[in-house]
Design a protein around this ligand. Structure first.
Ligand SMILES: Cc1ncc(COP(=O)(O)O)c(C=O)c1O
Length: 386
């Protein structure tokens, strides 16, 4: 059992070593045994397929979990925000990739400061760009120091989010990066978030065929101009097996695999990649009963619902409504509804924004109903949105 960090609120610290029954509700609970099986499976998979793993820490926002993933072989962590990078760096994570564009000059000053700090510790900061102005602003913030930061050019590979629109648009950006001494052209960012949640294997494969073709075309154009793209990075928990087997992606950024949410569970399983277990739950209690339904004490201030309502772990119950502090559940079969005071375990619809609602995750060993609280995990980058 780990000891509680100094900053742990006393009521949480008192839980260490106690049975799961002592956890008050609502609470965010991690099944550490399931999480570690997921962690190991992904690390082994990346190793066996000869690709690097840089898991996305936007999901758990935790330095302790980042360190655990890196100890298992991850080369570093992805984050989405400057402040997430700062929070993880402050807790000792030294290899970070902001897989996102940063434009504001004040924020780029922070990026520059962090790049220097990480370099001085023997670590590294990387960042994504998708515009010449962004490259110029980044270079201005970094000054003339040599080789301070790794830069990936982002290509839109079907999500219609960030990234240059066409493979040919990557070349002028790659050339511009190469002209600045402080920047090192690290490669290409090619992530299609929409493809992760396409429900059938056939749909996801079709989307990834497109992604991979665009990456190949980009490589051809950029290399024909005499510039190398050392690494192609991307992939999420829905498609990483396709990127890993593509022969063009060198790094996987999947994040959700560690916890697995109800939305991902709706994907048809792809035999080309390992399956993961649910490891993140909201412990909740039935606070009101009626003939037709029960109400539990965790609403969408406890679990995010923008990707769908939660599932109820191991019970023939479905969520039919949710408000700030309440979720309504109805029976899906003939079993009686749970009694007033009963404990239930919700599997959140979407893990990333669920974690961001909590300061702490309670780590349990030995299973949910019968296990013991073994660890308290701080959500270090909670609320780090800038
Ligand atoms: C750029 C980027 N890479 C990787 C991921 C990880 O995806 P997932 O958590 O679905 O595995 C995300 C998630 O949104 C992302 O935005």
């Amino acid at each position: 059992m780990k000891s509680a960090p100094d900053s742990t609120p006393p009521h949480l610290a008192a839980l260490l070593g106690q049975s799961v029954a002592h956890i008050d509700t609502p609470a965010l609970v991690v099944d550490l045994d399931a999480m570690e099986r997921n962690l190991r499976k992904m690390a082994d998979y990346a190793k066996a397929h000869g690709v690097k793993l840089r898991p996305h820490a936007k999901m758990h926002k935790s330095a302790a979990l980042s360190r655990r993933q890196m100890q298992a072989g991850a080369t570093g962590m992805c984050v989405q925000k400057t402040s997430e990078a700062e929070a993880l760096a402050a807790s000792g994570v030294n290899d970070l990739y902001i897989s996102n564009e940063v434009i504001a000059p004040a924020k780029l000053q922070r990026v520059a400061a962090l790049a220097r700090t990480l370099k001085s510790r023997g670590g590294r900061l990387a960042i994504a760009v998708d515009h010449l102005q962004g490259i110029a602003a980044l270079a201005r913030a970094l000054g003339t120091d040599e080789n301070l930061i790794d830069v990936f050019v982002e290509l839109d590979v079907g999500q219609k989010r960030c990234g240059v629109a066409e493979p040919a648009d990557v070349l002028p950006l790659a050339q511009a990066i190469s002209r600045h001494t402080s920047l090192r052209l690290a490669g290409l960012q090619a992530y299609n978030g929409r493809a992760q949640h396409l429900r059938t294997v056939a749909e996801r494969r079709a989307a990834l065929d497109e992604v991979i073709a665009r990456v190949r075309e980009t490589r051809r154009i950029v290399e024909a101009a005499g510039i190398q793209l050392p690494l192609v990075t991307g992939a999420g928990s829905g498609t990483f097996g396709l990127e890993a087997g593509s022969g063009v992606f060198g790094e996987l950024q999947a994040g959700s695999y560690l916890f697995m949410d109800a939305d991902y569970a709706r994907n048809q399983a792809d035999p080309a990649q390992p399956a993961f277990e649910h490891a993140l739950f909201v412990k909740t209690q039935v606070m009101s009963v009626s003939k037709s339904h029960v109400v539990v004490d965790a609403g969408h201030k406890s679990h995010a619902i923008e990707s769908g309502l939660p599932r109820v772990h191991g019970e023939a119950l479905e969520a039919t409504g949710c408000s700030d502090e309440h979720t309504t559940l109805r029976a899906t079969g003939s079993a009686p509804l749970p009694a007033l005071g009963a404990t239930l375990w919700l599997i959140p619809g979407h893990c990333d924004p669920t974690v961001n609602l909590h300061d702490w995750m309670i780590g349990v060993r030995g299973g949910l109903p019968a296990g013991t609280v073994a660890e308290l995990i701080r959500v270090d980058a909670r609320g780090c949105l800038d």
